[in-house]
Design a protein around this ligand. Structure first.
Ligand SMILES: Cc1cc2nc3c(=O)[nH]c(=O)nc-3n(C[C@H](O)[C@H](O)[C@H](O)COP(=O)(O)OP(=O)(O)OC[C@H]3O[C@@H](n4cnc5c(N)ncnc54)[C@H](O)[C@@H]3O)c2cc1C
Ligand code: SF4
Ligand code: SF4
Ligand code: SF4
Length: 395
C-alpha cells in the first residue's frame, strides 16, 4: 500500500506528484485551504517512486557549514530593496552573466507565489524580497528536467524544503547550484487571499501590488503594504500596529502544520549555500560595522565555496569572514523549528471550528495575545517603578 508523508509533516513540495508517471497524484487545497497531495490509486502500479523522492519519507543528507560570511551588496539600491543584504540578487546577476539560468519566487497578479525560471537579468527584480507565504515549486520541476537534459546550469534560491525536494528529484546534479534561505515557516495562500480581500472591502480599493517587507518603508520594519492600480499605497501596517496577517506570521501562529516539525531547521544544511538575515553579529568576534541590512552567508559545499568566492572577487558584494557558530547561535531557525505557542493552539482549533475563515480565527488568537500582554505589563508595573526609583536613589 502506497503511503505519502503524513499530513502533519508534508511540506506540499509536489515532488511526488511530479514524479508519478501514472498521474495518480494531484496537489489540491483541503477544506481549510492548505495544499496537500491527493492520491488516486486506480492507476497506481506500486512503483514507489513517489515515496523515494519524498524529502520527508527519505533522508536528505546534510552537513556542517565550512565558512560563514557577513555580507551585503556593494550596490546600495539592491541592498535597500532586498530583505537583508541583497546577496540573492548579486548571486542571480553573476549566475546569468555566466550562462546559468536562475530560479526564485515570483508573486503573480493574484498574489500567488511560485518558483519560476529565467535567463533574463530583467527578471531578477521579481525574485527580490521575502514573500511570507507558501510558494509552489511544482512548475519548476519540468523546466529543470529539460535544462539538465540540455546540460545547462541553474542557480536556485528557495526554501529549504524546496531545495530538499530538488535534491531528491535531480540527485545532486552538479549543474545545479542550490541555495536555501533560513526559514521559520510559511502561511497557506488561502489565508493571504482572505486577508487581502478583507482589506480591499474595508478600504473600498482593489489591490494590484503588495509587499511583506516594503522597501519604501525600510524592509527591516516588516511593514505589510497594499497598492491600488494608480500605485497609491492604501494600507501599511506592521505586527505591532495590529495587522492580523503579520501577527500570524511573525508570532508563528498561522504556518502550515509541518513547519513546526521542519527537519531542515538545523545547523547541518542540505544546500550548497544558506542565506539569512545576520543575527548575533559581533557576539563571537569583534565587528566594526552595523548588523542592519547584512546577510549571513553560510558556505556548505565546495561548489558553493567556488561560486561565492568568485562573487566576492568581482567586488559586487562586500564580505567579512565570521566564526561559523556566530549566525547559528544568533538565529534559532538555524537550530530548531518554530515552536507552537498557546496562540497557535487556539488558532488550530478555531480555523477548524470556523471552517477555514482565517480572519475570525486569527483575530481571536490576536485578541487573546493582546489581553495577555496587558496583564503581563500590569503585573510587571510595580517592579518597573521600584527599579526606576532605585536607579534615581543610586544617582
Ligand atoms: C518564508 C521566509 C522565511 C524566512 N525566515 C527567516 C528567518 O527566520 N531568519 C532569517 O535570518 N532569515 C529568514 N528568511 C530569509 C531572509 O528574509 C532573506 O530572504 C535572506 O536573508 C536573503 O536576503 P537577500 O537580501 O540576500 O535577498 P532577498 O532579495 O530578500 O531574497 C530573495 C530570495 O528569497 C527567495 N524567496 C522569497 N520568498 C520566497 C518564498 N515564499 N518561497 C521561496 N523562496 C522565496 C527568492 O527566491 C529570492 O531568491 C526568510 C525568508 C523567507 C522567504
Ligand atoms: S507508486 Fe508509482 S504509480 Fe503509484 S502513486 Fe506512486 S509514483 Fe504513482
Ligand atoms: S513529496 Fe512533498 S508533497 Fe509529496 S508527500 Fe512528500 S513532502 Fe508531501
Ligand atoms: S519551515 Fe521548513 S517546512 Fe516550513 S516552509 Fe520553511 S523550510 Fe519548508
Amino acid at each position: 500500500m502506497i503511503q505519502l508523508a503524513p499530513k502533519n509533516l508534508c511540506t506540499g513540495c509536489g515532488a511526488c506528484a511530479f514524479v508519478c508517471g501514472k498521474n495518480c497524484i494531484v496537489m489540491k487545497e483541503n477544506e481549510v485551504g492548505i495544499v496537500y497531495p491527493e492520491l488516486e490509486m486506480s492507476n497506481c502500479v506500486q512503483c514507489e517512486r513517489c515515496q523515494k523522492v519524498c524529502p520527508i519519507i527519505e533522508n536528505v543528507d546534510s552537513r556542517k557549514s565550512l565558512t560563514a560570511y557577513a555580507a551585503w551588496s556593494s550596490n546600495e539600491n539592491e541592498r535597500a530593496t532586498s530583505a537583508s543584504g541583497g546577496i540573492a540578487s548579486e548571486i542571480y546577476k553573476m549566475a546569468i552573466a555566466n550562462g546559468y539560468l536562475a530560479a526564485g519566487a515570483v508573486i503573480n497578479n493574484d498574489f500567488y507565489v511560485s518558483m519560476q525560471l529565467t535567463d533574463s537579468m530583467e527578471d531578477v527584480g521579481l525574485f527580490k524580497n521575502s514573500k511570507y507565504v507558501f510558494s509552489s515549486a511544482i512548475e519548476l520541476y519540468p523546466k529543470l528536467r529539460i535544462l539538465l537534459k540540455e546540460a545547462k546550469k541553474a542557480v536556485i534560491i528557495g526554501l529549504p524544503c524546496q531545495i530538499a525536494a530538488i535534491r531528491k528529484l535531480f540527485k545532486d546534479n552538479e549543474n545545479l547550484l542550490l541555495i536555501d534561505v533560513v526559514c521559520h515557516g510559511t502561511t497557506p495562500y488561502s489565508y493571504l487571499k482572505q486577508h487581502i480581500a478583507m482589506l480591499e472591502k474595508k478600504y473600498g480599493e482593489v489591490a494590484k501590488r503588495m509587499s511583506f517587507r516594503d522597501p519604501s518603508l525600510y524592509t527591516y520594519t516588516f511593514t505589510f503594504t497594499l497598492y491600488n492600480a494608480d500605485n497609491k499605497r492604501f494600507y501599511a501596517q506592521r505586527t505591532k500596529d495590529g495587522d492580523t496577517y503579520q501577527f500570524g506570521y511573525h508570532r508563528m501562529v498561522s504556518y502550515r502544520e509541518n513547519c513546526y516539525y521542519c527537519k531542515f531547521a538545523k545547523s547541518e544544511r542540505i544546500s550548497d549555500v544558506t542565506l539569512s538575515d545576520y543575527k548575533g553579529l559581533g557576539t563571537m568576534a569583534p565587528c566594526t560595522f552595523s548588523a542592519q541590512k547584512v546577510s549571513s552567508v553560510l558556505i556548505n559545499t565546495d561548489r558553493g565555496k567556488t561560486f561565492i568566492e568568485s562573487l566576492i572577487a568581482t567586488g559586487k558584494i562586500k564580505a567579512e569572514e565570521r566564526p561559523v557558530d556566530e549566525p547559528v547561535q544568533g538565529d534559532e531557525q538555524l537550530r530548531r523549528p518554530s515552536t507552537k505557542s498557546k496562540y497557535r493552539l487556539y488558532f488550530e482549533r478555531d480555523i477548524q471550528v470556523f471552517r477555514g475563515n482565517f480572519e475570525i480565527a486569527i483575530q481571536k488568537a490576536q485578541n487573546q495575545y493582546i489581553h495577555d500582554e496587558k496583564i503581563k505589563k500590569m503585573i510587571s508595573y510595580p517592579k518597573r517603578i521600584v527599579r526606576k526609583l532605585l536607579k534615581v536613589i543610586h544617582i
